[in-house]
Structures are given as C-alpha cells and as structure tokens.
Design a protein around this ligand. Structure first.
Ligand SMILES: Nc1ncnc2c1ncn2[C@@H]1O[C@H](COP(=O)(O)OP(=O)(O)O)[C@@H](O)[C@H]1O
Ligand SMILES: [Mg+2]
Length: 206
C-alpha cells in the first residue's frame, strides 16, 4: 500500500536585529533571544556577516541551530529565525528588511543613541511602504540602573511611533553569554526575567 504524505511548509518568522552602529548589544541580544525562544519553539540564529561572532557558535550552541545566512530563507524546519547584522551602510540593509517579519532596533538610553536610530527607523518605514506587514520595535538595551534616564529615553523615543518593548539592563552576566549558552544557563535571575518578558512581548507582536 502506498501512503500519501502531505507536506505543509510553514514559513519561519524572521526576526532581524539591526542598528547601523556597532557596540549597542545587537549580537548579545540576538543570541539571548534565540536561546530564550529555543526553549519553546524551533529556533535558528544566523548572521548576515559571515565573519560575525554568531557563526563561531556553530559547535557550541545547544537548543538552537546556527545557520549560514545564505541558507536561512530555504529553511522550513523552524518557527523563528533570528538574524544578527553587523554595523552597516544603511542601503545594504534594505533586502534584509524585505525578508524580515520583524525588525528589532536596540538602543542605549542616551540622547545621541536615540538620535542614531533614526536612519534605521526611516529605512524600516520605507520598506513598510512595499511590505505592509513588516513590523518593527525598539528595545532599550544595556540600560544603566537609573530609572529616570529610562523614563526620559522612553519619552524621547515616542517620536518614532514604534512599540518600545521591555528593556534589557547593563549587567555583567550578559557579557559571558556567548560562551555559556545564554542568560538562561546562568544564575542571574533578574536578567532571565527581563529576557523572558521581552520574549513574551515579541511573541505577542509577531
Ligand atoms: N545587556 C548588556 N549588559 C552588559 N554588557 C553588554 C550587554 N549587551 C552587550 N554587552 C556587551 O557589550 C559589548 C558589545 O555587545 P555586542 O552584542 O557585541 O554589540 P554589537 O553586536 O551591537 O556590536 C560586548 O562586550 C557585550 O558583551
Ligand atoms: Mg555584533
């Protein structure tokens, strides 16, 4: 007897972490979100930069797959694929945004930092003309523990008219997460909680 199998390919949601500057915590955030999602759904992580730090994780990542960027859109075995990006010239990011379902823009809380994300947000809005269902959000990242600064930053960010999600604090525990398998593998409970909250909010956005 021949059996008929029906294959249904669900497309993975593609979540890109972007900011045209380096050092804002993109890769660390991409990694921790990927590990966090990986606890519940089939998750892959990729980097548009073949020289980037994510690619080095191929051997040590557990619970998530590390993919070469060229192959990520061919994948149907994942629910979510996180895409890390290097610092970039703004126009080179357009095709990457076009392939994304959600763009996460991390920013520090300082005034120059908040101004620096305008170019990325402008590009998102431009791409949204072409791809209406592209979503975007801002994550305050590496936030120093001074609540009033964060409040001011949130107010200033309102001009961009994008959701501002739960924030990630500046914590030593994040600096090791590349080698230790993400924040959930460590014992910083406050950090785990904030990553979990952010994960929940991203799931609601998707
Ligand atoms: N939430 C955080 N708290 C403290 N240090 C952080 C945090 N996120 C990232 N870092 C550190 O900041 C530096 C830059 O982070 P990285 O993720 O490489 O940024 P990017 O990918 O934007 O260049 C790294 O040394 C990293 O360990
Ligand atoms: Mg990086």
């Amino acid at each position: 007897m021949t059996s008929i199998r029906i294959y249904v390919n669900f497309m993975a949601k593609i979540i890109t972490i972007a900011h045209q500057k380096g050092g804002v915590g993109k890769s660390t955030l991409a990694l921790n979100l990927a590990y966090s999602f990986g606890r519940n759904v089939r998750t892959a992580l990729t980097d548009t930069d073949p020289q980037g730090s994510i690619v080095q994780l191929q051997e040590i990542a557990t619970g998530i797959d590390i993919l070469p960027y060229e192959r990520h859109t061919l994948q149907s075995d994942y629910d979510v694929i996180f895409v890390d990006t290097p610092p970039y010239i703004i126009e080179t990011m357009r095709p990457i945004f076009l392939q994304s379902d959600l763009v996460i823009i991390p920013t520090k809380a300082g005034v120059p930092d908040i101004m620096a994300i305008r170019a990325t947000i402008d590009l998102v809005k431009e791409v949204q003309q072409e791809k209406k269902y592209l979503k975007a959000c801002i994550v305050l990242n590496m936030v120093k523990s001074r609540a009033n600064i964060t409040e001011q930053a949130r107010e200033q960010l309102q001009v961009y008219d994008l959701p501002i999600l739960a924030e990630i604090k500046d914590r030593v525990s994040y600096t090791n997460t590349f080698l230790t398998g993400g924040i959930h593998a460590g014992n910083d409970e406050a950090a785990k909680q904030e990553v979990e909250e952010l994960t929940k909010q991203i799931l609601e956005l998707l």
